[in-house]
Design a binder for this molecule. Sequence first.
Ligand code: ADP
Length: 289
Amino acid sequence: MAEKTCSSAASCDKSSCEGCPSAQAAQPESMLEALNCYSEIKHVIGVVSGKGGVGKSMVTASLANMLAAKGYRVGVMDADITGPSIPRMYGLTGLAEADDEGIYPRLTDNDIKVISINLLLPDPESPVIWRGPILAGLVKQFWHDVIWGELDYLLVDMPPGTGDVPLTVFQSLPVDGIFVVTSPQDLVKMIVKKAYNMASTMNIPVLGLVENYSYLVCPDCGKKIPVFGESKIQEVAEEMGILVAGKMPIDPKLTELSDAGEFAKAENPYLDAAYAALQILGIKDSSEK
Ligand code: ADP
C-alpha cells in the first residue's frame, strides 16, 4: 500500500480537509474541487486533442517519462475514461488499492503514479457506457479521492474533443496549462482554435502545440516522408502566438514499447520544447518563493 505523505496527517481528522495546510481548498467563488489532505500538487497540466488516436496518451506518457527521468514527482490521471490506455502502456494490471482514506494510485516501473478507470473496474475490457455527468463526476473523484501524495506535476490525459469531461477538468482542477496534440491531416487550425477558445474562456493557457505523425524516416535512405501531408503546424502556431512544442515522427520503437506494456523504458526525444515549457513553470515556482 502506498505510504501516506500528508504533511499534516497528525492534525487531519480524516473526515474533512478543513484546516489542513496541505489541502488545496476550493475558493468560495470558483468551482475548483478541493484536494484531499494527503495530496499536494504543484502543477496540473492537461493534454488535449480534437479527436481520438492522434497520440494524446503517447504525448502524456512521454512527458511523464521525461519529468520522472529528471527526478520530478509525477502523476498521470487518465481522464480518457471511455478509451483509457495509460495502464496498458505501462503494463499495469489488476486493481488500485483503496481504503477509508481514499484510492491509492499504482506506480509504474519508473515511479510515475497512475490512476485510471481500468485500475478500478474488475474487467478492463468491459466498455464504460456511462453518460457525461457520471464520467465528469469520476474525474472529480480522481482529483479528491485519490491519495496522490506530493507531486511536482500531475498530467491529465483528457478524452478527445470538448465534451463534459474536459469541461469538468478545466472548471474543477487548477489547470496551469494545456498541450494540444494534432496530426498533419487534422483540420489543424479549426481543432487548435476550438481547444484554444475553450481553454481561454476558462483562463487556461495553451502551453504549446504538438504535431504527431509528422513524418516517417525511411529506414534505408533516412529521408523524411510526410505520410499524412505537409505540416501546417508552424504557420498555425505563429498565427495564434502559440509555441510549437514538438513534431513527433511515426516511431515504431514507441509503439513497440507501448504495446508491450514497457513504456517506462521509452525515451521520446521529440518533445524537448514541451519539456522546457513545463520546466519554466517550475522555475516560476522557485522565483515566487
Ligand atoms: P490518443 O490518446 O490520442 O487516442 P494514442 O496515444 O493512444 O492516441 O495513440 C494511438 C496509437 O498510435 C497507439 O497505439 C500508439 O502507440 C500509437 N502512436 C501514437 N503516436 C505514435 C508515434 N509517434 N509513433 C508510433 N506510434 C504512435
